[in-house]
Design a binder for this molecule. Structure first.
Ligand code: PLP
Ligand code: COI
Length: 350
């Protein structure tokens, strides 16, 4: 069946989409009150009206997720490891004293929202995808520092293009921030909005230096690589190893976890998660990349620290062979072009 014939796709210039909010037709909303979730429903209003005393607004009692739906060549709509987004949302919910969203409810709500917005799912080959943003917010009034009494679980979607400007594999640059993103025992490993508000200024300062994003070092010693503002870091070493920072303060990226498996099993690299001392080891980096749902795999050409640029690969603008190969394998699986030997894809029945 030609799915495109079933519902006419929106008339968008898919190839020109940036990573911006685009209002689609439906969003999912469920409310938790008196200790239980209601069934939730698809609604059309994109505005959330919440109490002025809502803890989400005052004390950042909120968390969110990010995943993508892509159209395969045969028209199937594919999600990448959505079960892990459900798991991670619930870890953040528990940390912030919010009710968990049952896994089945999460997966069903994601599928419903994507299905209802089928016309907005970018077609195969367009280079764009449908970004899915689940969120959990404390909406019931509370002035004191206590958990909310009511919560909303909402999912909206938006067709998006690449996070960094160019299409495909964009080489980016990072500037080490003097500011900290997260404390060792803080909330850095949870996807909570509070981590991101604190990062806005660091991102701006990095951009003023001509970098795409801030790179954070560990907050205790400012020595070991933590992560970028919206992505984890992976590094191919000159000795043939493939490493990624071990840190309690970084978001456990689903993309990174997948890349580490691809690097070990398909590129046969020796993969290690360990502390990476930036200044002591940068000369041993062969290739570096930022990775995440929005960032996909973005090779890092150069890094700014100690008042100068440090070039990582070639001229700082080319993609290295290892990152190119990993990108092709990862994106090939995500788009359904390569066999999903890991069982990572989840098809949305249209
Ligand atoms: N680190 C941060 C701070 C992020 O915001 C993201 C994006 O979700 C990631 C890493 C990458 O995580 P994932 O691959 O699960 O999208
Ligand atoms: C994602 O990659 O899904 C994110 O949440 C990053 C966000 C800051 C755009």
């Amino acid at each position: 069946m030609n799915l495109d014939a079933k519902v006419n796709k929106k008339d968008l210039n898919w190839a020109e989409l940036g990573f911006r909010y685009h209002k689609t037709d439906f969003r999912f909303s469920a409310v938790h009150s008196n200790g239980k979730w209601n069934d939730g429903e698809l609604i059309s209003d994109e505005i959330i009206a919440v109490h002025e005393g809502a803890p989400a607004i005052h004390y950042a009692q909120q968390c969110f997720e990010g995943l993508k739906a892509q159209t395969a060549a045969d028209g199937r709509i594919l999600l990448f490891r959505p079960d892990l987004n459900s798991e991670r949302l619930n870890l953040a919910a528990s940390r912030l004293l919010m009710p968990e969203v049952p896994r089945a409810m999460f997966l069903n709500a994601v599928a419903q929202t994507v299905r209802a917005n089928y016309a907005w799912v970018p077609p195969y080959g367009s280079g764009a995808s449908l970004y899915i943003r689940p969120m959990l917010i404390g909406i019931g009034e509370n002035l004191g520092l206590k958990p909310a009494q009511q919560f909303e679980f909402r999912i909206f979607v938006s067709p998006v293009g690449p996070y960094y400007k160019e299409a495909g594999l964009a080489v980016i640059s990072l500037a080490v921030s003097e500011m900290d993103r997260a404390a060792p025992n803080g909330t850095g490993c949870f996807k909570v909005g509070a981590n991101y508000a604190g990062g806005l200024l660091a991102t701006r300062k990095a951009q003023e230096l001509g970098a795409n994003e801030a790179l954070y070092l560990d907050s205790a010693q400012h020595r070991y690589i933590d992560e970028a503002g919206s992505a984890n870091i992976v590094i191919a070493m000159k000795d043939g190893g493939f490493v990624t920072p071990s840190s309690k303060a970084i978001l456990p990226s689903i993309t990174r976890r997948s890349i580490m498996e691809i690097a070990a099993q398909q590129l046969h690299l020796q993969t290690t998660e360990r502390p990476i001392d930036l200044r002591a080891e940068v000369a041993d980096f062969s290739e570096m990349a930022a990775c995440g749902t929005a960032a996909v795999l973005s090779p890092v050409g150069k890094i700014w620290f100690d008042d100068q640029w440090h070039t990582i690969f070639a001229d700082g603008q080319s993609v290295g062979p290892i990152m190119q190969e990993i990108y092709d394998l990862l994106v090939g699986i995500q788009k359904g072009e390569l066999t999903d030997q890991y069982g990572w894809l989840h098809e949305v029945n249209i």
